[in-house]
Design a protein around this ligand. Sequence first.
Ligand SMILES: O=C[C@H](O)COP(=O)(O)O
Length: 214
Amino acid sequence: MFILVNLKTYPCDPVAVAEAVRDVDEKTDARLAVAPQDAHVERVAATGVETWAQHVDPIDHGSNTGHALAESLAEAGAEGTLINHSEKRLKLADIDGSIRAAERAGLETIVCANNPAQIGASAALGPDAVAVEPPELIGTGTPVSQADPDVVEDAVDAADGVDDDVSVLCGAGISTGEDVVSAADLGAEGVLLASGVAKADDPAAALADLVDPL
Ligand SMILES: O=C[C@H](O)COP(=O)(O)O
C-alpha cells in the first residue's frame, strides 16, 4: 500500500512529520511519502523521505507569476505531485496540462476526483494514479473506506474500465490501520490522508498505527 500524507497548510512541523514518516517507512513494506507546502519541499526532501508536491500548474518556464512550476518542485526534491485536489480544483484542460507539466519534470502524478465518474475521466488523461475523495468526508475522521465503500469499489472499476495501468487510491477520514486495511480490501492500492497525522498530538504514533496491520 502507498500511504501519502498531505500536510495541507496545517500548522505542524513539516520536518518533524517528515522524519517520522521516513522512520516508519524504513520499518514497513508499505510505501510512505509526504506532501508538504511548496515552501517546505526542500527541507522535507532533505530528511530523505519521499516528497510530493500538493499541486503543479499547467505552465512552462516563462511569464507566469504566482504559479507552481513542476521543474522547480522537482529541483527542490519532489518526486511526485497531487493534481486537482478537492481543495485545489482545476478545469479539465488544466488537469491535462498539469499532468503533462509533471511528466516533463519527471514527477509521478496522482489526480484527485470527487466520485467514480470523475475518476474515469481523470484516468483517461493518463496519470500514474487517481485518488477518489468524497469532499464531504474530508477532515471528518469518518473513513471513506468504511463509511462509503461503494464509492471506492466503483472508483476502482471506473479506472480499470479506462486504463488498468492507472492505480487507484482513496482518501478522506483515513486515520487508522483498520481504515487502510478496509481500503485495500476494496481494491485501493493506497490511501491519501492528512488530518489523522498532521493534526495528531503524536504523528509518529499515528503513523505507526496506520502501518501496523500491513
Ligand atoms: O489530502 C488528503 C485528503 O484531503 C484527506 O484529508 P483527511 O485525511 O484530513 O480527511
